[in-house]
Ligand binder design. Structure first.
Ligand code: HEM
Length: 484
């Protein structure tokens, strides 16, 4: 009896002790026995809660989630210092649900260490060969944009939700690079996959307990199970695509990312390397997921703001008419359309589509400004803190594309450099150059072809509240696209 009591007391003391914030960590809110800071805010309200916590505890603070510490970093200066200057330390991913249970250390988004380094270099050089950041990709994107415009014209005056068709269209750009093919907007299997992707990204939340404690998946909580089933469906589709490529592989005819990976795999057959079959599946899935949801969500925010700011719609349309007329938009037009560029930048700022960034981890014990970042600690370098920073962007709650224009009307450098929607440092978004091209070409063509109108002029859809998952997206809304 006394032994049992003693064991219980020791266990309770141990658990309570573990949930106490070690002194060497950055300060933070009072950590309660056992739970630490669990329950301090709802995961779905994380960015708002962190804005408040920043006011109390400053730019760098820590939270205890049961026994696990998390360090939260705010502001352009600190994020740049950690992710860019000390990128060698902060380029790892922490051991959380997606790294441990979904990607299992493979792929591009959630991998770490030498595998990530080798695979990121391969992914970048391969995608560059297929046109990332180059003119040749431009015509491929424009083909897709024009298919979309033809499809949209069919709606006439009707109000409709553009999400599904826009997601499919944007996804087709990355599909052409990955699989060497595009899909029809009415392809039932493909549109289902795009819907599943959207559901996975919009319901997963990097601040949730199940994300932080991957072993909770063994409890088979319904949320995790459904998301896993959806992920498996996306994976099966990718497996089919890879199998198809394997069966038709011709090393003298390398058309897409899968072909390039299979060739690399063949050439390195005799050495220990990271080009495994599993790595191929997960990296293709990462590209497919990251390359679909993000750009189309940004475009949907842009359309929503155009509905709310018809005066900007007029200004931009006039600029586009003057510079391009009804001809095809090209990347070379961007410098001649500074107001279009400024509008897109301001959309990226206010839409703030990855507000929490993806989590990073410290690769070693590291001291920064007197605070210890212990090896492996989960670090959130919050991009929302940059987008809403009044020092970087005065009056941050106001929508002001002109903040990116100088006195001569040019899209200016300093403000632009402080805007980091793609993050910064060694893990900066791999698709940044593609995304920037897509945003400019899709957005410009929309304005060239259509007046963007609300479903009901008396009741505009909300642009101040969205849905927070891994990305922050607008609530579903309908619009009318009237041909110009
Ligand atoms: C507007 C569009 C986009 C935004 C705002 C965006 C944003 C981001 C952010 C914030 C990260 C995390 C960086 C970090 O961990 O510090 C990221 C990573 C990544 N993005 Fe994007 N992204 C966009 C489009 C794309 C596209 C089109 C692709 C694919 C072609 C892509 C592929 C990736 C990949 C593979 C990573 C993982 C990089 C790594 O961990 O090394 N993204 N993105």
């Amino acid at each position: 009896m006394w032994v049992t009591v003693a064991i219980i007391v020791v266990l309770v003391c141990l658990i309570c002790g573990l949930s106490k914030r070690p002194r060497v960590l950055p300060p933070g809110p009072t950590s309660y026995p056992f739970i630490g800071n669990v329950g301090l805010f709802k995961p779905s309200e994380a960015p708002k809660a962190h804005r408040k916590l920043r006011k109390i505890y400053g730019d760098i603070y820590s939270l205890m989630i049961f026994y696990k510490p998390i360090i939260v970093v705010h502001g352009y200066h600190h994020i740049r210092e950690l992710l860019a200057k000390h990128g060698d330390v902060f380029s790892e991913r922490p051991k959380i649900l997606p790294t441990v249970a979904i990607a299992k250390g493979k792929g591009l988004l959630w991998s770490s260490g030498p595998l990530w380094k080798e695979q990121r270099t391969f992914a970048l050089t391969t995608m560059r060969k297929f046109g990332f950041g180059k003119r040749c990709l431009e015509s491929q994107i424009m083909e897709e944009v024009d298919c979309l415009m033809d499809e949209l014209e069919k709606y006439g005056q009707e109000a409709f939700d553009i999400q599904s068709i826009l997601n499919t269209s944007v996804s087709n750009v990355i599909c052409s690079l990955l699989f060497g093919k595009r899909f029809h907007y009415k392809d039932a299997q493909f549109t289902k996959l795009i819907r599943l992707l959207n559901e996975i990204v919009s319901t997963a939340n990097a601040s949730s307990i199940e994300f932080i404690f991957p072993w909770l998946r063994h409890l088979q909580l319904s949320d995790f199970r459904t998301r896993m089933e959806k992920t498996n469906e996306v994976t099966s589709f990718i497996n089919e695509m890879i199998e198809d490529h394997r069966n038709n592989f011709d090393e003298n005819n390398i058309n897409d990312y899968i072909d390039a990976f299979l060739l690399e795999q063949k050439q390195r057959d005799n050495e220990i390397n990271t080009f495994s079959d599993e790595q191929l599946v997960v990296s293709v899935r990462d590209f497919f997921g990251a390359g679909t949801e993000t750009t189309s969500t940004t475009l949907r925010w842009a359309l929503l703001y155009l509905i709310h700011y018809p005066q900007w719609q007029k200004i931009l349309q006039k600029d586009i008419d003057d510079v391009i007329g009804q001809g095809q938009p090209k990347m070379e037009h961007r410098d001649k359309l500074p107001r279009v560029e400024a509008f897109i930048l301001e959309i990226q700022r206010v839409a703030d589509i990855v507000p929490m960034n993806l989590p990073h981890a410290s690769g070693e014990d590291f001291v920064y400004e007197g605070h210890l970042f212990p090896k492996g600690v989960l670090v959130f370098c919050i991009l929302d803190s940059v987008m809403s920073d009044p020092e970087a962007f005065p009056e941050p709650t106001k929508f002001k594309p002109e903040r990116f224009l100088d006195d001569n009307g040019n899209c200016q450098g300093e403000q632009k450099n402080k805007l980091i929607p793609f993050s910064i440092g060694r893990r900066v978004c791999l698709g940044e150059s593609l995304a920037k091209m897509e945003l400019f070409l899709f957005f410009t063509r929309f304005l060239q072809k259509f007046e963007i109108k609300p479903e009901d002029p008396e009741c505009l859809p909300s642009y101040t509240e969205g849905i927070l998952g891994i990305t922050y997206s607008p609530k579903p809304f309908k619009l009318r696209l009237l041909k110009r």
